[in-house]
Design a protein around this ligand. Structure first.
Ligand SMILES: Cc1ncc(COP(=O)(O)O)c(C=O)c1O
Length: 391
């Protein structure tokens, strides 16, 4: 049987995070390893009412097959939201997907041939390495600085040899929490527009900014690109709804690829979400999430400052769900992980998030999924594990 599987399957690692989540499933363990939104943030009552409405009033349409592109009013709603933020997007340019993860897969499907070069940030979103990796590209990575990707290296790399895609997460990146400055956004747009490369801008966290100024999406400064969005972090990940923004030429190919994959995204879910978005207070929902995650992020940082030894660095994200810790050089966060598990606390060792040349002294902490008591206790335990690790 082993010999029957396609070669490409052996090149893609299983999700390291999922493997880790198995170890951290025990009730006594406080886990900062997952990447989940807080279940208290789900607007379950409103979704229940929206679902009831759709199933009682619109069931003949909602339970039927539908168009590959997605439910037109939902596409219009998403386009309008971008327009309110100053980005000119037409509903025709929106393709509704099964989460932004499907957006990544479809992008890989329409652009990548074996051995094409894909540039990613260093570190990058683990499941992007998986999704794009299935199309057998060669990954190259570019260091992420405090204010975004290293644009000097980006420019040189693109000038050196052909690159098909640049994959970037400019807002509150998973795993680091880092966001691009306005200047970096402009620079990336300029560099990409001067080369034969497509930018894939993945933005599931943009709406979860709880401090600092809103930053425009790179697409504002770039005509041709692929922009990915999602309802997972602002409403519910279980409902699996996301979208791709792309202009006609790219959209045509994406629609063909999506037809082959699944005909269309769950139509019932699309109508329920649309009903929710138009009948209930989305701004209130966003405010609730931002306030909640800011409290959790502030507490995690305060606890880190109190309980981690000096020499341990960490990012201070202005939004999103993660922060990134760097141990002194030469320390392995994988070794720390085993000590931490003994203290009943878990995180994801950073090496999972590198396409190549991992920095082994890094780790990711999630602050969205833990309440304040767990953050206090968990960071104390982690601080203890790090102290032991130092001795
Ligand atoms: C950067 C990034 N892109 C995409 C996704 C996938 O999200 P979705 O639930 O929309 O498929 C995630 C989820 O964690 C993510 O962090």
């Amino acid at each position: 049987m082993k010999d029957l599987f396609a070669k490409r399957m052996s090149r893609v690692p299983r999700s390291f995070v999922r493997e880790i989540l198995k170890v951290t499933d025990k009730p006594e363990i406080i886990s900062f390893a997952g990447g989940l939104p807080h279940p208290d943030s789900f607007p379950h009552q409103e979704i229940a009412l929206a679902a009831e409405h759709v199933l009682t009033q619109e069931s003949r349409e909602a339970l039927q097959y539908s168009t590959t592109e997605g439910y037109w009013p939902l596409r219009e709603y998403i386009a309008q939201r971008y327009q309110n933020n100053g980005l000119k997007v037409h509903a025709e340019e929106i393709l509704i997907t099964n989460g932004s993860q499907q957006g990544l897969d479809l992008t890989g499907k329409v652009f990548l041939d074996k051995d094409d070069v894909v540039l990613v940030e260093r570190p990058t979103y683990l499941a992007a390495i998986q999704a794009l990796g299935l199309y057998e590209p060669i990954f190259k990575s570019i260091r992420l600085q405090k204010d975004g990707i290293d644009t000097e290296t980006l420019k040189n790399t693109l000038e050196d040899s052909p690159v098909k895609l640049l994959y970037a997460v400019p807002n509150f990146q998973n795993p680091t929490g880092i966001s691009y400055s306005l200047q970096k956004r402009r620079e990336v747009a300029k560099i990409i527009s001067e080369n034969d490369t497509v930018l894939v801008e993945d933005d599931p966290y943009g709406e979860i900014r709880f401090m600092g100024d809103h930053q425009p999406s790179i697409k504002n400064f770039l005509n041709e690109s692929v922009l990915l969005g999602s309802f997972s972090k602002i409403i519910s990940p279980g409902i699996r709804l996301g979208w791709i923004v792309a202009q006609e030429e790219i959209m045509d190919k994406l629609v063909t690829a999506k037809q082959a994959s699944d005909l269309h995204t769950n139509y019932l879910a699309q109508r329920i979400i649309y009903r929710y978005l138009t009948e209930y207070d989305v701004e209130k929902q966003l405010k609730k999430i931002r306030e909640m995650y800011k409290r959790q992020r502030d507490l995690m940082i305060a606890m880190i400052e109190e309980y981690f030894p000096s020499g341990v660095q960490f990012t201070e994200p202005e939004g999103g769900m993660f922060l990134w810790v760097t141990l002194p050089l030469g320390r392995s966060s994988m070794d720390l992980f085993h000590l931490a598990i003994k203290e009943d606390v878990a995180f994801v060792p950073g090496e999972a998030f590198y396409a190549n040349n991992a920095d082994k002294n890094t780790l990711r902490l999630n602050f969205s999924n833990s309440d304040e008591k767990k953050i206090e206790e968990g960071i104390k335990r982690l601080g203890k594990a790090i102290e032991k690790f130092y001795i």
